[in-house]
Design a protein around this ligand. Sequence first.
Ligand code: BGC
Length: 392
Amino acid sequence: MKRKVLSMLLATSMLAAALVGCGGGGESAPAASTEPAAEAPAAEPEAEAPAAEAEAEAPAAEAAAPNGNKVGVSMPTKDLQRWNQDGANMQAELEAAGYEVDLQYASNQEETQVSQIENMINGGCSVLVIAAIEANSLSTVLEKAKSANIPVIAYDRLIMNTDAIAYYATFDNYKVGVTQGQYIIDTLDLDNAAGPFNMEVTAGDPGDNNAPFFYNGAMDTLQPYIDAGKIVIPSGQVDFATVGTPKWSTETAQSRMENILSSNYADGTQLDICLCSNDSTSLGVQNALAANYTGNYPIVTGQDCDIANVKNMLDGKQSMSVFKDTRTLASQVVKMVGQILNGEEVEVNDTTTYDNGTGVIPSFLCEPVFADKDNYKELLIDSGYYTEADLQ
Ligand code: BGC
């Protein structure tokens, strides 16, 4: 079958796949199309795509004729602030570079994301940039992208178990966790303090390949202090499977923390550290603390510098966050899109870390940085990421 032959041919060289069927692009791409992006403003509820797209299978994919100018950007959800920024930055930068953009948000519904990507393929996108909701849910639809010679860049989250992924662009996810762990070590002066300090751990979505990287970065950094008895975990809940938070849900993190507090801290036991992988889970933990804990306030970590969390940082409810400047990631990905479409060498800086089950995906890792109430002005305000008014 033609599709199978095509797939086999393409599998032999991802670079070849990236170059076939691509016209011009990048800086010298044709003038921006005036077609409006298919996306509502960030504040509005997500526009749902029909759950099941009844497009014809192989013929539709092969009929797609990438024209070298249209880029599909598939984002997971508008519920979390960062993806709105990622999508907006990608759209603005791609349009400024002369591309037409099809930006879609999938309401954290895997089947919606699949049908939106299918539409992008059938709609003639030349490159797909995808932040997956669930790492393993896109294999089938991405087979179609591969058959249509459409290279795919995994955005922020690695897409697993498909050989349709040409490149991966993200932040150094392990380093995010290391940064959180190191903050705890420095703040409690764990090299000198005797402890023991009580810690509880809240990790991310088991369906997100980033989540174990964050968890492992932090836990590897803290493990020597756990081994030395300086950090103890009264709930005993420590392995990733137990501390994970499906869909990064604030509510789930909150109810789990409420249970931990009532079972382990209701007798006045001091809680010293809440290691939280990101800001949405950190918010849940902070809500649980506010309602159920009266001891000395613990160290609470996070990631993303979401507005609500930066405000809480200024109010003393969250100690730190890890800042991942979504403008940096968007710029890098726009650069990659141009390099792919121009047939240039694509800039990567990591060719060992991220194996998606079909082999290592060439990656570009941006640098995450530590943020707290002392450096937020320089990092977030002076850089134009937020205004002071955003944080009022
Ligand atoms: C991202 C984090 C984000 C989390 C929840 C992860 O894949 O890397 O920045 O907090 O998803 O959306």
